[in-house]
Every structure is written in structure tokens, then in C-alpha cells.
Write a protein that binds this ligand. Structure first.
Ligand SMILES: [Zn+2]
Length: 397
């Protein structure tokens, strides 16, 4: 008799390979603006529909020996690689959560009482795998992918609301080692005020009251390839453009600050709004997800604006902002911020590996997409967050 948790590891490994198969479709079609549901998979060369058993993850590619059944055109090894990677990471993360002691809150609650959180984390993982491959190849992160993870993150407060996780989740209310992102009431008011400010900004952007940044294409010098990824660095007025983004963020900061001050603390504390009689965990976990979304994205955006003003070159992409917003919504603002500061170390490794040490020493660098480093850092934080926090802030254990 194997335990439910071990059964989950095995099942999710197989399920992960199938999810990887879907991610291949996402990676191939989403940047082209095509539907991910129809038409069914076909050979990109001869356009014949694949047989259902050729679609079996990893194995299908192996028994076709990497060639199309009909026209014998080679099929990219990226397909089985993405499938296998997704399967291994799904099983691996589940195993880490329930069998290693690295995430004791998961191990204590077991799959039966923490599966909604595990499901949200695995969804983020799948989105990060797709974002990593697309960003590495095309230097973009499609927003449909990051929004999917952000919306799915709301399943966490929903699971609290319908009682799927809650009392049984142990120390769910404490931020240290807690299962889902939670904040206090002041944080919840702050998040809701800032969220309202974001809606105001979007409305002002829609009506044209706030200008869209980097809207017009910069004029290119003669003989420059318009598809060169290095071009994102040559906009003539990056400082002016990024100030438009600072303007966009102003209502978010103002409304967030006002809500925190008047309803949270210190003012809200005085008039009694800051402390509600019953501890509203559902509200505070919703606040935790919203705050994670806003701070996760906000930290990247702040560094983008600050870096662009400082260096006069566009720093970080808005895709990275959306990515870390999604990460924050899933794992909370503290862990997302931590991941953001782990990412540069991975970025340096990526540069050294992809361009070679000698090229870096000679100063021959090129644009490296940052999304993959952010995703890898996020995965590292998901696995080792207790260890890292215990090291950084020893008093919290
Ligand atoms: Zn073919």
C-alpha cells in the first residue's frame, strides 16, 4: 500500500508530461496569436494530422525516432524535452513539498488538505516553463501566460472560502512557513486601495489621459535589422518614455497609501477599522494574493524605471513585471521579492554559459532574456524558501 502523497508524486509526474505536451502547443502557437485548442496537432512540414498515439508525451517522439510518420521531416527535440522536463519538475516539486522536510507545512498537512495550493503552484510552474522557452527564443513573455497564473492564484483564497484548506492547514495564518499568501488587515486594505488605483490608471490610459510608453517605433539607422533583439536598447528617449510609466504607477501608490493610512494603520487602528472582531482569513488571504501581485510586479517595475533613468537604456521588460506579479500572486510578496533578488545570480550564470567566459571578459555581451532567470530563481525560492529566510532573518524561525 503506497501513501496518498507518494501516489500523488507518481501521478503528477505522468500528468506533468501531458501538461508539457500542451505547453509545446502553447510555446508554438501563442506567440503567433493562434488558438491553443484547435486545430489538432499536425506536422508543421506536411500538415498531416498526427495519429493519437504519436501524441503520447516523450514516447511518441521516441518511437517515431524524431521523424514525421508521413513525410519523415525531423521533429524538434524540443517537444520531448519540454514534456520530460515538465513531468520531472511536477513530480520533483511535489516530492520536495511532501517528502524532504524543506516545506514542512505541506508535509504536515498532506496532499489531501493542501492539494489546492499544490495545484496553483504547479500551474505557476507550467506557466514559467512556457515563459522560459518563449522568452529564450523570442525575447517576449506572452501576457496570456502570466495572467493565467495570476488568475489561478485566486483559487487559494477561494479554497479557504469553501473550506478546502483552513483549520487543517495548521499555521496557515502566520506568514512564516504558511501555506498560502496571507497578510494582515492593514496589508489587505493597502492591496485593495492599490488595486483600485491600478484600475484608475488603466482607465486613464484607455482614455488617453496617461500616455502609453514606448508607443511609437523608433526610427532605425540605415542597414539595421529590425528583428535584432538588441534593438530594444536603442530607443532614443528611454528616460522620457519611462516617466510615462512612473505617471501610470502614481495612482496605484497614492490610493494604496491612502487606504493603508485611513483604514489600516495608524489612523484606521485609532477609529477601529484596523482590527475587525473576527479574524477574516478569507479576506486576508485574498489580500495576500492581491498584495503579492502588486508588490511582485511593483518591485520589478520600480527597478525598471529606476534603472532606465539611471543608465538611459530601457532596463527589464514589462513582460518581467507581469511575470513577477503572477509569481507574487501565487507565493506572496515576500517570496516573490526574494526570488527577484536571487535572479541576478542566475542571470550571471546564464550569461557565462551562453556567451562563454572569454567573451564576457572581452566585453562582448549581447541581450540576454531575463525571464528564464526569474523563473529559475522562483523555483529555487519555492524549494528552499524556509532555509533562505531562516538564514536571512534568523529570528523568524
Ligand atoms: Zn510530415
Amino acid at each position: 500500500m503506497i501513501s496518498l502523497d507518494l501516489f500523488a508524486v507518481i501521478l503528477l509526474g505522468v500528468w506533468g508530461c501531458c501538461v508539457g505536451s500542451f505547453l509545446n502547443v502553447v510555446i508554438y502557437r501563442v506567440p503567433e496569436g493562434l488558438s491553443v485548442v484547435s486545430p489538432p496537432s499536425r506536422c508543421p512540414t506536411c500538415e498531416k494530422k498526427l495519429k493519437w498515439f504519436d501524441n503520447v508525451p516523450v514516447l511518441g517522439w521516441l518511437w517515431l525516432r524524431g521523424k514525421c510518420r508521413f513525410c519523415k521531416a525531423p521533429i524538434s527535440g524540443q517537444y520531448p524535452l519540454v514534456e520530460l522536463t515538465t513531468g520531472v519538475l511536477f513530480a520533483g516539486l511535489t516530492w520536495v513539498y511532501y517528502f524532504t522536510g524543506l516545506r514542512p507545512v505541506f508535509a504536515e498537512t498532506g496532499v489531501l488538505w493542501s492539494w489546492p495550493v499544490l495545484a496553483v503552484h504547479l500551474c505557476l510552474l507550467a506557466c514559467m516553463i512556457a515563459a522560459t522557452v518563449i522568452d529564450a527564443k523570442l525575447y517576449i513573455i506572452p501576457l496570456g501566460i502570466t495572467w493565467t497564473a495570476s488568475v489561478v492564484a485566486l483559487f487559494q483564497p477561494a479554497a479557504v472560502l469553501i473550506g478546502l484548506v483552513g483549520e487543517s492547514a495548521g499555521n496557515i495564518g502566520r506568514w512564516w512557513g504558511s501555506l498560502i499568501p496571507v497578510t494582515d488587515m492593514a496589508g489587505t486594505y493597502l492591496a485593495m486601495g492599490a488595486g483600485f488605483g491600478l484600475l484608475v490608471s488603466l482607465l486613464l490610459l484607455k482614455t488617453g489621459a496617461i500616455p502609453l510608453s514606448f508607443a511609437e517605433e523608433p526610427e532605425l539607422p540605415e542597414g539595421v535589422d529590425p528583428d535584432d533583439p538588441n534593438l530594444i536598447l536603442v530607443h532614443p528617449h528611454p528616460r522620457r518614455e519611462v516617466m510615462k510609466e512612473a505617471l501610470f504607477l502614481l495612482p496605484v501608490v497614492v490610493f494604496g497609501g491612502l487606504a493603508w493610512w485611513f483604514m489600516g494603520q495608524p489612523f484606521g487602528k485609532v477609529v477601529g477599522l484596523g482590527a475587525l472582531p473576527e479574524d477574516p482569513l478569507v479576506l486576508r488571504s485574498f489580500g495576500g494574493v492581491l498584495l503579492g501581485y502588486l508588490v511582485g510586479g511593483g518591485v520589478v517595475w520600480f527597478i525598471r524605471i529606476f534603472g532606465t533613468l539611471l543608465f538611459g537604456k530601457e532596463a527589464m521588460g514589462l513582460g518581467d513585471v507581469h511575470l513577477m506579479a503572477a509569481v507574487g500572486a501565487v507565493i506572496g510578496w515576500r517570496d516573490a521579492t526574494l526570488a527577484f533578488f536571487v535572479a541576478p545570480f542566475i542571470g550571471i550564470l546564464v550569461v557565462l554559459v551562453t556567451t562563454g567566459v572569454s567573451a564576457v571578459l572581452k566585453g562582448k555581451t549581447r541581450v540576454i532574456p531575463y525571464g528564464p532567470s526569474l523563473c529559475a530563481a522562483t523555483l529555487i525560492v519555492m524549494v528552499f524558501r524556509n532555509e533562505i529566510w531562516a538564514y536571512l532573518m534568523p529570528g523568524l524561525g
